[in-house]
Design a binder for this molecule. Sequence first.
Ligand SMILES: C[S@@+](CC[C@H](N)C(=O)[O-])C[C@H]1O[C@@H](n2cnc3c(N)ncnc32)[C@H](O)[C@@H]1O
Length: 479
Amino acid sequence: MLPSQLSDAQIEKKKKRRGGKKEQLKRQRRQERETLGDNMDHDDTEAVDEPAFETRNAGAKGLGLFATRSIEPGERLIEESPLFILPKQDTMNAAIVESFMRLRSEQRAAYLGLSSYTTCAAKTQAEAVETSAAEDGATSLPDVGDSGPPIGYPAEQVDRRICASDVQPLPSSFDIESSCKSPNVASGSGDPILKESDKLELSKSESTTTVLPAPQARVDIPIWNVDDLKEALQATTNDSGTRSGVDRVGDTADDGDQQDRDSDMCEITESLAARVVNIWRTNSYMLDDGITLDSAGVGLSASRLNHSCVPNVYTAYNSTSGCMTVQALKPIAAGDELCTAYINGAAKLRSERHAQLSMWGFTCTCIACADGRDESRRRNIKTLMAKVEGVKQQMLEGHADLPVAQIEQTVGDLLDQAALMSDEGLLGPDLADVCCMLIGRREEAGALQSSGFGILLRSYGIDNPICIAALQAGDLDEA
Ligand SMILES: C[S@@+](CC[C@H](N)C(=O)[O-])C[C@H]1O[C@@H](n2cnc3c(N)ncnc32)[C@H](O)[C@@H]1O
């Protein structure tokens, strides 16, 4: 029977039935979501119709991303393949330039459209810092070693899934100072001739040795390693294949593709190379797949995220899809800026955070950095974190038989730490780590355990291997 042949009553009945079915489907989806974790308010694999954010002027910060509608915690806002990914290596500068040259021309144009600390409005601030440092007789901005790109979780290896007795030990946290090279705030201006003062600082490891420079020891040979670069460029033009250690996401490397790329090869000057490296240092993220942090990448959209010490989004990496993801950590209102944390600043006081952030050439003015802000919470987090770290070290060193009183004390410290972190608005994976360390202490941890997994889901998304593993391990059922 055609719909036109139905009586009004029959049509009405059909509508109701359809409505009922819709409701049933909705209920079913709700139930499925609840089974996955009671803290996951949003199905992050669902397609979002309305754009959630726009790129616009963020004043002194340059460009930024702003919510165009209200955003739910756990909502996926960005999912993109990085333009290129690089594992941490000793000859980082050369690898960056080499990877850039392998991009297609439109990708190169997009990459060069990204800001570097020298092209943002913050440049003036950075110069001011440098000038005042020089006036004070200080050498310059802090030098922080080599090879790591700047943004992202400063942990060399974070295993969120290790479980050991009542307290879950995590590997000792990684020191960003020993993994990142200091940006040269005066370099990469795009001038056709690279002035002496504009040259990139050369890390020791870039030139000769694999030993990372001491964090505070400024490398006083501010020269671009021309030989290293020339060698890399030479190799790039000679070598038609992908060189080891340099990866191109989505590169199928078939012949046609390779030919396209070869005909697309660009001329590189030292000045352009310096700019390319500075853009990398300003915009690359450590790719956090929840397990290791050994590679970094630049995503075009994620690159527009500005920093906040109280971030409302988290930038992660899905090693299965090869995509960077950005998800909301908390409810975000229309008009709010989306901000991620460039550093792991939970246990750092404002001065410590600012010293680290000066690598990007700006002074943070987020709510946690406001003048006169009480820092006691961060100070307490720092103290507790150090205490827990001490116990974790003891456990890692094989002191499995810790006195019961010490374990109880540590559980109490973890609970306090989690409460302080959430009061401070720090709702990312580092809080999940604290909560998840309390697995096996159901009574004390209670809701905390569930929120630990809820945070993982919110930060990474249910399609991320770290969440799939937690689901398979039954941890999410527990939550
Ligand atoms: C990854 S980019 C972010 C996007 C950038 N604002 C743009 O216009 O493309 C990093 C740079 O943005 C600026 N920036 C990021 N967060 C900032 C903040 N909280 N305050 C001031 N400048 C910030 C700094 O210049 C930094 O080097």
